[in-house]
Design a protein around this ligand. Structure first.
Ligand code: ARG
Length: 450
């Protein structure tokens, strides 16, 4: 147990096990950088308020700069006895600069610090996730470009539907990731990190003094880390706001749902039963018992992580439900779900970007399936519409035609002109030969820009 930030009104020592139970340093050390940022702003506000002299502020800032360097270089090690990151930094400052450090907490509270730290973390991580998303999208784009002349089979209800391009299939994923990209971008651009709540009621520091301190900090630190910091609007709400974190977790959950669906598709289409895709071997594992196996474990783990990521969102929503006004200690439990989801999603995005580079299309299997003439049934109906047949009629005609072919085990392209005429006067051998082709099917989709 290191020196605590409180204790004056207590007669008894804290129960050791309870002390451990309520510690958060083992995970909130990750917020160190943001906590230093809070202090850097607060110090300047205290100078304007005449609580700190210029030279005291300078000493504190120098010591904080050293701590920041340690944090940014990855050398930062917390004292396992510290209660939390705020206490850890306060104690370090006291060791380095002595008594002055004890002034730093004037007119601020950990409740304000933690709201600031958590929000700053979310915004910063949203920017990182955004960058990783761009990289994955770029690799999908590249793969689509390499395959721009290849066909693929489009499914609905996991049943063969219509012919598509393989590039179109891949860009379908890119398109859903594009929405995620916008969500994280909006989140990073429009989320404010507030300061100045005090414990809940506000701070003795004048708003203009805080604002000056914020502006100074922003000029120095936010060039490479574009984050909007502002004087708090409602202090009560700010110390108890975790919906920013919830929104962030929900964006991660949606992105995870997309990655999971992508994983599922790649698993399915690479089974020997489909065999459309060949997975990169570096991302597969073997079986300890069955020598022939090449298992899609990477994809299965991506799909499996959905449980944890949805769970993390549900955990925080549930923690927040029913909390009375302003800060409650329950809110300390926001960190682990938050860190867990951020770590998982970043790892998945990094790996998935590599994975898609090695994805191979099995052109032979696809070509064999493209011979299935039912894949062109919709295009035949569309042809009839072009000839003036009402679509519902055309649908019926082609339905009957397909049934006839199935019942009589005959290919549509082998049927005679006379046979075809019994279904529609517009159908003949030549027409069907033209329509039943992958190139015709994809080029007839004029709504798509190529
Ligand atoms: N460790 C706390 C958290 O993460 C920081 C705020 C503590 N405030 C308090 N009054 N105990 O929420």
């Amino acid at each position: 147990m290191t020196k605590k930030l409180w204790g004056g009104r207590f007669k008894k020592e804290m129960n050791k096990d309870f002390y451990r139970f309520q510690q958060s340093i083992q995970y909130d050390w990750r917020l160190g950088m943001y906590d230093v940022f809070h202090s850097l702003i607060h110090i300047r506000a205290l100078v304007h308020t005449n609580v700190l002299s210029a030279s005291e502020a300078y000493k504190l800032e120098r010591a904080l700069a050293d701590i920041l360097k340690e944090i940014q270089s990855g050398e930062f090690r917390y004292h396992p006895g510290s209660e939390d990151i705020h206490t850890e930094i306060q104690n370090r400052l006291e060791t380095r600069v002595g008594e002055i450090a004890l002034k730093l907490h004037s007119f601020r509270s950990r409740n304000d610090q933690i709201a600031f730290d958590v929000t700053f973390f979310c915004v910063h991580e949203a920017q990182r996730i955004f960058a990783l998303l761009l990289a994955l999208q770029a690799n999908l784009h590249e793969l689509a470009r390499e395959h721009k002349h290849d066909f693929f089979i489009g499914y609905t209800h996991t049943r063969r539907a219509q012919v598509i391009r393989f590039s179109q299939y891949l860009l379908g994923f890119e398109s859903m990731l594009h929405r995620d990209q916008h969500r994280f971008d909006d989140f990073a651009k429009h989320t404010y990190v507030f300061i100045g709540s005090g414990a809940l009621a506000g701070s003795y520091i004048k708003s203009e003094d805080y604002t000056k301190a914020i502006t100074r900090f922003t000029h120095t630190y936010c060039k490479h880390l574009p984050v909007k910091i502002s004087l708090v609007k409602n202090s009560l709400d700010n110390v108890s706001n975790r919906d920013t974190a919830i929104q962030f977790l929900s964006h991660i959950a949606t992105l995870q749902m997309h990655l999971s669906r992508m994983a599922e598709d790649f698993i399915l289409y690479s089974t020997p039963e489909f065999a459309y895709l060949e997975l990169p071997e570096e991302f597969c594992t073997g079986s300890s018992y069955m020598p022939h196996k090449k298992n899609p474990d990477f994809l299965e783990l991506v799909r499996g992580q959905t449980g944890r990521i949805y769970g993390n969102l549900t955990a925080l929503l549930t923690t927040m439900k029913g909390l009375p006004s302003t800060y409650n200690r329950d809110m300390q439990l926001d960190k682990e779900p938050l860190f867990s989801s951020v770590d998982i999603i970043k790892e998945e995005l990094t790996l998935m970007a590599e994975f898609v580079k090695g994805l191979n299309l099995n052109r032979e299997t696809v070509a064999a399936v493209l011979k299935d003439e039912t894949l062109y049934a919709t295009e035949i109906a569309e042809f009839l519409v072009g000839k003036g047949v009402a679509f519902r009629k055309a649908h019926e005609i082609v339905g009957k035609l397909v049934m006839h072919a199935e019942d009589n085990e005959v290919r549509l392209t082998d049927m005679t002109d006379n046979g075809l005429k019994t279904f529609s006067e517009h159908l003949n051998k030549k027409v069907l030969h033209k329509i039943i082709s992958p190139a015709f099917a994809v080029s007839s989709k004029r709504s798509l820009r190529r």
